[in-house]
Design a protein around this ligand. Structure first.
Ligand SMILES: O=c1ccn([C@H]2C[C@H](O)[C@@H](COP(=O)(O)OP(=O)(O)OP(=O)(O)O)O2)c(=O)[nH]1
Ligand SMILES: [Mg+2]
Length: 166
């Protein structure tokens, strides 16, 4: 037996404007899902390697201090190679235009057909810090320091490869 996830007692509200009233209001597939699935407003066919900006038919009023993140759907990614060129897309709190998705076909061989009304991506809303940027001449010391880009090792096969990558 599945145990349903109860929403918290105070649920924040996200105001959503439907710009394409013939499409349903986006919704979570299951209670407690992080993502709200977004629809395509158009039919399209994406050839291998091609990308296209696709409307979702909605605009939102995200509370200041939150960000909307547009993520791919994992099923479509695994089955067909459908992804988002700028994943995750960033929707600023002040943005009131239509949310659009820059879909990309990562499959090397097969085209992907999408129909109007298909769920093509998902919107996550997350809290985000909005720090004031203050210029600093010196930064504090840390054990990592400036080490990055694999400085901690662990890629034995790649670490041994010649720098040219051949
Ligand atoms: O997947 C996305 C990403 C962005 N946007 C919208 C909302 C966002 O607030 C705006 C700008 O996005 P971003 O800052 O990532 O793009 P930019 O190239 O920096 O454009 P801008 O100069 O308008 O900030 O475009 C979408 O509709 N979908
Ligand atoms: Mg920007």
């Amino acid at each position: 037996m599945s145990s349903e996830i109860s929403p918290p007692s105070t649920v924040p509200v996200l105001r959503v404007k439907r710009l394409d009233p013939d499409l349903p209001l986006p919704a979570r597939a299951h209670p407690g899902d992080a993502g709200v699935d977004l629809f395509s407003t158009i039919d399209l066919e994406l050839a291998p390697g091609r990308r296209q900006l696709v409307g979702t038919g909605i605009a939102v009023a995200l509370p200041v201090g939150t960000v909307g993140l547009i993520h791919p759907r994992s099923g479509l990614a695994a089955r067909a190679g459908l992804s988002i060129a700028n994943t995750p897309g960033t929707v600023d709190a002040g943005y009131r235009g239509e949310i659009k998705v820059c879909l990309i076909n990562l499959d090397p061989d097969e085209s992907i057909a999408i129909a109007r009304g298909d769920r093509i991506a998902q919107l996550l809303v997350q809290r985000v810090e909005l720090p004031e940027l203050v210029e600093a001449d010196e930064l504090d010391d840390t054990s990592r320091g400036a080490g990055g880009y694999g400085s901690s090792g662990g890629h034995a096969r790649l670490d041994d490869a010649p720098a040219s990558g051949v």
